[in-house]
Design a protein. Structure first.
Ligand code: FES
Ligand SMILES: [Fe+2]
Length: 383
């Protein structure tokens, strides 16, 4: 697949429609009892828009593999929270991120991701031209308007940082360093044996699924393996040992780590070596085992919809046939998850089920992330 076919989003999101009302006492009772947030948080348009700001508006999310931005002038577009974003490789070799909107009349500046070198970004509406550092270079026929101050009309910045070989974006222009949001993550990665450098991996495929499910259901599902033997018996559960006490998830504040041993008698004839993962709040997932690496994120697209997108990277020297089998195995695993979460969403929408139960010892990480979501709500509400 060529990079020009890879568009990690870029759709316009509707504007904020006012703060929803929450019953604080009820939510805190539910979370303390190991239950989920109220059903309104899975169905209401207002809560969806609120979360785009409260949860995703000032958080780091995985965006793309560094490999896609090797050349100066290469670019990747996508959406983080409600912010349309373009990340480029600048003339001086640095990664820079901007709101992907022309400063003239707000048109989307860069249409799609591209790996070829380009020295300028030109808006296709009226032709304004920007340099790779975001500054405005030319306004085409608008040069007749002497009141335009080009120096004040550069692209609006977002924050960009890198973890391993993954580019992360925070929509805030002054978000600081990613590692400050996830203290100790380098040490944790080393402790679980996840190679933080990842230089030996190269992108080989991309998975993307549009789901009729709230993003929180996907996130819950991706942070527990209680369901692995029942849902993924012929996929993930065949390749890795999902026996209680053999695998582990550990919580480290705003992120968690996972560790699974390989099953040595996999039904898919794959021996992956041990599996290491990191989950970074909100919605980023890093997975690494022999042959393959997965870097992905969940993108909320509506109260009852989200998209999960993941880049698959093959390890240098890995047998291409085995890599292909792994890609199929992960596609199958994610497809199975997509079915599960859509069925839960349908049942929540029926109004006949309200509280979801998170079992102690099995679904602690999912519980923990519900707590972080609520914390983000409270911070945004000023509580
Ligand atoms: S909106 Fe970009 S040039 Fe007019
Ligand atoms: Fe799953």
């Amino acid at each position: 697949m060529s990079i020009t076919e890879v568009d990690v989003g870029g759709e316009a999101l509707p504007g904020e429609s006012g703060l929803p009302e929450f019953d604080v006492g009820e939510i805190e009772r539910r979370l303390a009892a190991g239950r989920n947030l109220p059903t309104q948080c899975y169905l209401d348009e207002a809560v969806h828009h609120f979360e785009l700001d409260a949860v995703f508006g000032d958080a780091w999310q995985y965006f793309a593999p560094v490999h896609h931005l090797r050349a100066i002038g290469s670019r990747v577009v996508g959406t983080v929270g409600r912010t349309p974003v373009v990340v480029i490789r600048n003339d001086d070799g640095q990664l820079r991120g901007f709101v992907n909107a022309c400063r003239h009349r707000g048109y989307r500046l860069v249409d799609c991701s591209a790996s070829e070198a380009k020295s300028r970004m030109q808006c296709s509406y009226h032709g304004w031209v920007y340099r790779l550092d975001g500054s405005l270079a030319a306004v085409g026929r608008g040069e007749t308007d002497k009141s335009l101050v080009k120096d004040a009309l550069g692209l609006l910045p977002v924050s960009v940082d890198v973890l391993g070989q993954g580019i992360f974006v925070n929509p805030k222009p002054d978000a600081g360093k990613l590692v400050d949001a996830f203290p100790g993550i380098d040490r944790v990665a080393l402790d679980i044996g996840l190679d933080p450098d990842l230089n030996r991996y190269r992108p080989v495929a991309r998975y993307s699924v549009e789901q009729k499910s709230n993003w929180k259901l996907w996130y819950d599902n991706g942070t527990e393996c209680y369901h692995c033997p029942t849902v993924h018996g012929a996929s993930f559960g065949a390749a890795f040992d999902t026996t209680e006490g053999v695998y582990s998830f550990n919580i480290h504040g705003a992120y968690s780590s996972g560790y699974f041993e390989s099953t040595r008698n996999s039904g898919v004839e794959l021996v992956g070596g041990d599996f290491r993962s990191l989950q970074l709040f909100p919605g980023t997932q890093y997975i690494q085992h022999n042959d393959l690496m997965v870097m992905g994120r969940v993108v909320p697209t509506g109260p009852g919809s989200c998209r999960f997108e993941a880049d698959y990277l093959a390890e240098d020297g890995a047998d291409p046939d085995r890599v292909e089998q792994w890609v199929k195995l992960w596609n199958q695993t994610y497809d199975e998850d997509a079915v599960v979460v859509e069925r839960i969403q349908q049942n929540l929408a029926s109004g006949r089920i309200d509280e979801l139960i998170y079992v102690d010892g099995m679904e602690d990480v999912s519980r923990h992330y519900h707590g972080l979501i609520w914390k983000a709500y409270r911070r945004h509400l000023g509580g």
